[in-house]
Design a protein around this ligand. Structure first.
Ligand SMILES: Nc1ncnc2c1ncn2[C@@H]1O[C@H](COP(=O)(O)OP(=O)(O)OP(=O)(O)O)[C@@H](O)[C@H]1O
Ligand SMILES: [Mg+2]
Length: 268
């Protein structure tokens, strides 16, 4: 069975989708068979990878598969898979906002993504789940399905509160469902290129996660450029995209995400 990893943080805009897109790209580039699931009704990952029309118009979605109100079964998850050039994805669809509402009240709603993934026919080495920026049945569902989690954060003090809250939520789920959810590490995202992170902030992350489990990703235009090319930095072609000067930055970013991918390979 595939190893699963949730990329979770209830704070918006900290780099969950960017981490998912590029970590999936790194794992696929290493030859793994990868699926990225967009569990955020806002569809950040889906739109970033170029499936804007799908997000608006697809007639099958996680809503139909996971909610009792939908006309598909948990067994039908394979039908939602679409192919991106680098790896497979289960895209989000606008109706997934209704899914979030439905799962609050449906029996077993929080565990429906897990039960559906358990029934999937298609075999993957890694399944990454991009989570929404709130605490609710979809983010709980991602944690319960994956049981491994990476915390993307900005390198500042405000993020520490969000991390504390998410760790509380994880402990609550562990107790309630009698399971373990492993913290694989933190991604300090959008580190300003010419400013270093304060020793205090970095020290806090090292204390909480362990020094070897903290990864720093610089704030670089190449990230935005690769997304406008609808790919991770691994599928990005700077010449073709019209940014030939991005080649070195792209290589740096690939190195960064390769380190994270190696860590995931080792930890899961
Ligand atoms: N390392 C980076 N360098 C430059 N830009 C970045 C970097 N990481 C993220 N961004 C940009 O920051 C924005 C937010 O990133 P992203 O969408 O991954 O966050 P998110 O946590 O998934 O947000 P949401 O909670 O809204 O889903 C995006 O526009 C993205 O392109
Ligand atoms: Mg996102």
């Amino acid at each position: 069975m595939a190893d699963r990893l949730a990329i979770a943080m209830q704070k918006g805009g900290v780099g969950k989708s960017i981490t998912t897109v590029n970590l999936a790209g790194a794992l696929a580039d290493k030859g793994h068979n990868v699926l990225a699931v967009d569990a955020d009704p806002q569809g950040g990952l889906t739109v970033k990878l170029g499936f804007k029309n799908h997000y608006r118009e697809a007639d099958k979605s996680l809503f139909e598969v996971l909610s009792d109100q939908g006309d598909m079964e948990l067994e039908d998850l394979d039908e939602l898979i679409i192919q991106h050039e680098e790896y497979d994805i289960i895209p989000a669809q606008l109706r997934n906002f209704n899914l979030e509402k439905a799962l609050y009240t449906e029996a077993g709603g929080h565990n429906s993504l897990k039960r559906s993934l358990d029934r999937m026919n298609h075999d993957y080495d890694y399944i990454l789940i991009d989570s929404p920026p709130n605490l609710g049945p979809l983010s709980d569902g991602a944690l319960l399905a994956a049981r491994n989690v990476v915390f993307p954060s900005h390198p500042n003090e405000i993020s520490q509160n969000s991390i504390w809250l998410l760790r509380q939520e994880i402990q609550t789920l562990e107790k309630k469902f009698d399971i373990d959810i492993s913290s694989i590490g933190a991604v300090l995202n959008e580190v300003p290129p010419n400013e270093s992170i304060s020793n205090e902030v970095r020290g806090w992350f090292f204390d909480v996660f362990g020094e070897s489990n903290v990864f720093e990703v610089a704030d670089r235009a190449v990230i935005e450029h690769s997304i406008s090319y609808n790919s991770s930095v691994f599928g990005y072609d700077p010449e073709d995209a019209g940014y030939p000067w991005d080649t070195n930055a792209m290589q740096d970013m690939c190195d960064t995400y390769n380190l994270l991918a190696q860590h995931v390979e080792k930890s899961l």
